[in-house]
Design a protein around this ligand. Sequence first.
Ligand SMILES: Cc1cc2nc3c(=O)[nH]c(=O)nc-3n(C[C@H](O)[C@H](O)[C@H](O)COP(=O)(O)OP(=O)(O)OC[C@H]3O[C@@H](n4cnc5c(N)ncnc54)[C@H](O)[C@@H]3O)c2cc1C
Length: 457
Amino acid sequence: MDLTLILTLSPSRDIPHSKASDLPDVFTSYRKSVEPLREAPRRVLPTPNRLLPQPPDVPSQSSPFSIPTSLDGIISALHKPITSAPFVKDEPSSIPPGTKSAHPFHGGSKAGHARIDHLIQSASMTNYKDTRNGLLGTDFSTKLSAWLALGCITARQIHHDLLAFEDGTDGGKWKDIEGYGKGENRGTAAVRFELLWRDYMRLCTAKFGPRLFQLSGFRNDDSYRWKMPSKAQPELEEMLTRFLNGTTGTGLIDASQRELFLTGYTSNRARQNVASFLSKHLGINWILGAEWYECLLVDYDVNNNWGNWQYVAGVGNDPRGEARVFNPIKQSFDYDSDGDYVKAWVPELRGLEDLQKIFQAWKMSDEEKKEHELEGQDMIEKPLKRIDFHVGRRGGGGGQYGGSSRGHQRHDKAGESGRGKGGGSFGARGGYRGRGRGDKGRGQARHGRMDKASHFD
Ligand SMILES: Cc1cc2nc3c(=O)[nH]c(=O)nc-3n(C[C@H](O)[C@H](O)[C@H](O)COP(=O)(O)OP(=O)(O)OC[C@H]3O[C@@H](n4cnc5c(N)ncnc54)[C@H](O)[C@@H]3O)c2cc1C
């Protein structure tokens, strides 16, 4: 496949990878090959003045399917799967009082372009680098993902609006905004960087094809015995249900899962933690998490969703693979330093003041449980995982369901591969062959090192 056919943001000039198979397995190598990114994207295509006619041979739907003929009919057909039966036992019922969706937007191209304009006008683009890891509010990150995923706007259009702002060629509309006419700034550069990730995930699909959906991932690594909930293992089924309905007992995970369920959106920081929690702390088949996101995300994109899930699960193209584990308690202290995000989405915990207990409610004493009327709740009495973290030191710990690492056995393929940073590619059997630092060997527990940095840091 000619890669230039599918590139969305980059590049206009020749790149060294003309075939999908030439794409580097590590994002950094790809990025370096297309930099300077600001000069790379192709021009925006003109808006077509008419839509192509419908193909003449659209087959009619056979019973029980039918195509609605009115807008109301379409809306009710779209609502049907989510209103006819609960998705999951004890699902969250409504947005908690006082909490607002981070993604209260309407669809359509006009609304997407208005959002880009708002982000530039409000200096959110300029400040993006400093705010992008936020958890609450509409403007900490661009929230452009849904419009991109649905084809309402394109990455190139975002890039060209940013260029007009940076070069001061917009006709003066944004002239009073910080950074106007002063070239690329930290914020606008960071937005382009993230959009390049989006491109890269798409290109990985071109390269790896069906491996996007395989448990062994792009790495073709089948060395882990993933836990698979089934009727025969009711304790695993319960674990999965509680992961889905946001009652794990780990505040950040529960807040994010409830937010996702009730609004269709949760931030990138939260997504990384949720994916890491399911795959690395609980050791459950990561595909179940990817499918859940596929059901619920308003910005669902096949490449970004499945590529990111396998990246975090350690079978995709993260050069640190299994060694990267997010400690959701440390992450809460770093990114939810007042506990506001957890309290917004897990209202049961609003009466608490001690952050340790907001982030891990099982740490409450019996008196505290009584005082806050929280006795007997599974998320407090039976947390899925006790991750013992204290400010100033790191720690791990066994969970309700046992085990401090992934908690599941792995096939032993020790010594099969090294790991490293920088350029490199997966070996024939999927093991990563990298340059630079290798990890200490694959026999190491899967969360040997906790979240030194995310792949976007
Ligand atoms: C487990 C997991 C699943 C994900 N599933 C999806 C998905 O289905 N659809 C989706 O669009 N994004 C997905 N992402 C990527 C990212 O979380 C979202 O793009 C981002 O949170 C959307 O919010 P935003 O537009 O405010 O992002 P911003 O931070 O404003 O980023 C700007 C744009 O850059 C792109 N981008 C940002 N982060 C990433 C990333 N990690 N990978 C690829 N592109 C990125 C998106 O197009 C985004 O709109 C997933 C990430 C994880 C960890």
